[in-house]
Design a protein around this ligand. Structure first.
Ligand SMILES: Nc1ncnc2c1ncn2[C@@H]1O[C@H](COP(=O)(O)OP(=O)(O)O)[C@@H](O)[C@H]1O
Ligand SMILES: [Mg+2]
Length: 623
């Protein structure tokens, strides 16, 4: 067989190949152009789209600009003004550095670059798939305008893969939202078909930008945090547990002002929320990480969104612990609100259709963004009136916690699952003990009253929380008491797991588990800590060893947490159990001693409350 000849690809073709990695969709073009504007020290960046960028994308900035020769250089592959040597590559201070965005985009579109270095004279060059078709002089303000039209005109397969305008637009809106959070000092304007979709004023006002993106109600409920470790400094905003979404899109992570994708860091954030949020619910969290650029490798992927960190573990601990601390400072009690009652009543009476609930979702919400499908989107989702209003007042940190939220997220509204929370600093450490006990309902719920309010505690959820915190506290201490097993407990493990186990011997000893390894892969457990109930010693040990071996909960804390959760479930009193008045007092006292008594370890509420007004409303004594 004849071997095909090896040839060097023509430049147009190699750029089209590179474009495959860099340019996936219109939002990729917006990303690269906006990043270039940022690198060019722009203070104002305007992004104009025609039909969601599918027909045309224009990015205008007031940055340092390009000369006519610079423009010609910029469209050449691997031409960059941002790095000069390999050493620069290990300490990237700009968003770009690979010199491949402009040529890649140019190769698959019709691109015109216009730029002025002095604010009146300008040069322009017009390309069609890298072929220069026109150039000359014109006038333009200081900075650069790059117009990209007919994206993928010469790569029909790519063009066919474009989603609907709505979907493409949502990608761009999310992208610009995120970039504006990373660069609050730059003013951004985003328009589609001449309609303004999003804008920021460049005044570094984070709260205003968060309000613009997520709505004022979310902005009000954000808790700030900041902390430092030896390598990293983090600061940011994270939502109280009254604000949660059904997807992770509200989690935004930046390192040195670069927006990144990093599953481990997302996990670190979710770890902090573990016992606060119900399963499948996610917070809104914005984390800004600062680090010496040499600790961060951004040259992992052409889109530069993946990075490698030096000592990522340290960073993960820092994030989890800092957010946990921030959350501990706030408390919540689920409050049943009149309009929620209205929904309950309405639902039973079946007088209001789903549609009516949808109509009160007015603002443009993060969760409304389509995720690759248009199913749930109304055609006017992006019209002018659906834009969030600029927040006219800035909420100070302390004020934020006293807001009685009227926040409803779009999804929970339509699902009739509205849960309203009231939210205060936890200054009353005897809150639970101040409740007067009325009795037990259905052998499951404990009824209390206080100040015209009726409270219901789910006894099982409450016990779970108490046990969880007790077990967890117990686990944090080095084990002082353990049982010597007269007859060793035997667990069989495959060879590779035995080796892994040996690595963890010190840790296991620390928590009170000692063992010998016998023949035939048998681990003979000699001692176990007293917090392991002997009745389920073997299943507990199985779980512990498997978690330890698989490094599952990555940190010791996470391990304790997971285990404490399981154990608390097993040890708690169940629903359907009669409870004595003295036991109720103990329960209340224990709840007061909990650091977060308001949710069970799985994020469900332990206590809900009705006001007298709401009850009177149900009896139609008031309107
Ligand atoms: N908006 C802009 N303002 C000034 N210079 C720009 C702009 N866009 C691109 N450039 C110049 O073009 C070069 C090539 O851009 P690009 O292909 O994105 O590569 P990179 O950003 O990786 O350097 C940049 O290094 C920069 O010098
Ligand atoms: Mg670039």
């Amino acid at each position: 067989m004849n071997r095909p000849k090896i040839i060097e690809l023509p430049i147009e073709l190699s750029n089209m190949i590179a474009a495959g990695e860099v340019v996936e969709r219109p939002s990729s073009v917006v990303k690269e152009l906006v990043e270039n504007s940022i690198d060019a020290k722009a203070t104002f960046i305007k992004i104009d789209l025609m039909n969601a960028g599918i027909d045309k994308i224009t990015v205008i900035d007031d940055g340092i600009g390009l000369s006519s020769e610079d423009i010609a250089m910029a469209v050449k592959p691997h031409a960059t003004s941002k790095i000069k040597s390999a050493s620069d590559l290990f300490a990237i201070e700009t968003l770009g550095f690979r010199g491949e965005a402009i040529p890649s985009i140019c190769a698959i579109s019709k691109m015109t670059i216009t730029s002025s270095l002095n604010g009146y004279e300008a040069s322009f060059k017009k390309y069609e798939g890298l072929k220069l078709i026109d150039e000359g002089k014109t006038s333009f303000t200081q900075g650069t305008k790059i117009e990209v039209s007919d994206l993928f005109f010469n790569t029909p397969a790519r063009y066919k893969h474009l989603s609907s305008e709505q979907v493409e637009l949502s990608h761009i809106v999310q992208l610009v939202n995120k970039i504006s959070l990373a660069y609050p000092e730059i003013a951004f304007v985003l328009t589609n078909n001449a309609k303004v979709l999003f804008s920021t004023d460049g005044n570094s006002n984070y709260e205003a930008i968060i309000a613009e993106i997520f709505g004022t109600d979310v902005a009000k409920q954000m808790v700030t945090f900041n902390a430092k470790s030896s390598l990293y400094e983090i600061k940011g905003y994270t939502s109280s547990n009254s604000i949660f979404r059904s997807n992770k899109n509200g989690i935004i992570i930046m390192i040195n002002q670069r927006i990144i994708k990093n599953a481990n860091l997302v996990y670190a954030i979710l770890d902090a929320y573990k016992t606060y949020l119900p399963v499948g619910r996610y917070p809104v969290t914005i984390v800004e990480i600062k680090a010496n650029p040499t600790y961060v490798d951004v040259n992992v992927h052409p889109t530069k969104q993946e990075v490698r960190f030096t000592d990522e573990k340290e960073l993960r601990y820092l994030i989890t612990n800092t957010i946990l601390d921030a959350l501990k400072k706030v408390e919540l009690v689920y409050e049943v609100k009149p309009d929620e009652l209205k929904n309950i009543v309405v639902k039973e009476a079946k007088t209001v259709k789903e549609k009516d609930f949808e109509s009160d979702v007015k603002s443009f919400k993060w969760d409304d963004f389509p995720k690759g499908s248009l199913e749930n989107n109304t055609s006017d989702a992006f019209n002018e009136s659906s834009l969030p209003k600029k927040s006219d007042t800035t909420v100070s940190e302390e004020q934020a916690f006293y807001y009685d939220t009227s926040y409803q997220d779009a999804e929970s509204t339509t699902n009739n699952k509205k849960q309203q929370l009231s939210f205060n600093f936890r200054d009353d450490h005897n809150f639970f003990q101040s409740l007067s006990y009325l009795g037990q309902f259905n052998l499951t719920y404990l009824l209390f009253e206080k100040d015209d309010n009726l409270y219901l505690i789910d006894q099982h959820a409450a016990m779970e929380r108490i046990m969880y915190e007790k077990i967890k506290e117990e686990l944090q201490k080095p084990c002082e008491s353990f049982y010597d097993l007269l007859i060793p407990l035997e667990i069989t493990l495959p060879d590779f797991e035995l080796n892994l186990l040996d690595d963890k011997k010190a840790f296991l000893t620390h928590i009170g588990i000692t063992y010998d390894i016998g023949e035939n892969h048998i681990v003979k457990i000699k001692t176990i800590p007293t917090w392991i109930n002997q009745n389920f010693a073997s299943e507990s040990l199985d779980a512990i060893l498997s978690d330890v071996i698989n490094d599952l909960p990555v940190s010791k804390d996470a391990f304790y947490d997971e285990f404490a959760k399981t154990m608390s479930c097993k040890k708690s009193i169940k629903a359907n159990m009669h409870i004595l008045t003295e036991e109720v007092s103990c329960l209340l006292q224990d709840l007061d001693n909990c650091s977060n008594p308001f949710t069970c370890p799985h994020g469900r509420p332990t206590i809900i409350h009705f006001t007298k007004y709401e009850i009177e409303k149900l009896f139609k004594r008031v309107n």
